[in-house]
Design a protein around this ligand. Sequence first.
Ligand code: UFG
Length: 328
Amino acid sequence: MAKVLVTGGAGYIGSHVVKFLGEKGHSVLTVDNLSSGNPEAVIYGEFLKVDLAERFTLEKILQDFKPDMVMHFAASIVVPESVREPLKYYRNNVANTLNLLEAMVKSGVGCFIFSSSAAVYGIPEKVPVSEDAPLMPINPYGETKMMVERILKDLAQAQPCFRYVSLRYFNVAGADSNSRIGQSYKEATHLITRALKTAKGELPKFYIYGTDYPTKDGTCIRDFIHVDDIAIAHLYCMDYLLDGGKSEIFNCGYGHGYSVREVVNAVKEVTGIDFPTEDAPRREGDPPQLIADSNKIKKMLGWKPKYDDLKYIIKTAWQWEKRLQKRL
Ligand code: UFG
């Protein structure tokens, strides 16, 4: 069994990974500054409220807990916000990751899994996009993820005992099938969540940002992956690194996409609610199309997605949204 330090484990994706680590009997310590996370989402292991800006606290935690590996989810993740507030993104995503890496090196912790993003590709020349495509982010969020990947590459080269996996997530959505955990940001920005909140009547109208993209129906296309599938991918990467695997970068998505309009229609079908929508101008920083070529992680690690079904993704997110409503 492994000892794992999880940063951002009170957040959306991190909490699903903590759930699987706990279920498999690993020892987990979650650190999170609770800027967007929720301590109730940490359903296994220990939790400490810590900000990654506190480098010496991080060193102390690493030296006391002595993890076999660190999984790093803590980050700011909203593309349009990164366009408006780039410094927040460079500070939270790059400077704080540097703190964490320095603390790891000082404490002799050598295995790292990084939450990277499809946003590093910008507007890919070819879709599905594979890991060796050029990195040309078109928003500060994607820039920060690319910068950390470069730091990791240099660090692994300089320190052979440091090995990492960078997982480039595509559009993660859905919730735990028993609705124990799910997405609960103070302000919802993601497509499926906003559509569900409109169905619930929490938002008056759903705006479709951009209807003149060079895609089949003019709206953006994304590769939606269920949060449990992305969470399980981390356990495959963990086993790989703990078995001595060398540093690698993997895409993680299903390899096919849905347009914003298709997703909105699927949300209407799953919920049975015909909520109002309106065509709106493009949102800044949005690439027209992002679809993963995930053959590398499938071939190298044997990862197989289990929930490649848009309606199941929406159904689990809807169950979670309804549960959130009951809690209010
Ligand atoms: N969209 C709308 N209306 C909304 C919300 C979103 O039309 O109310 C559109 C967006 O304009 C975009 C698409 O839905 O075209 C997807 O937007 P999301 O905000 O759901 O997700 P993003 O693709 O912007 O970003 C997400 C994560 C990033 C990650 C990226 C990888 O937030 O962290 O997927 O593809 F990098």
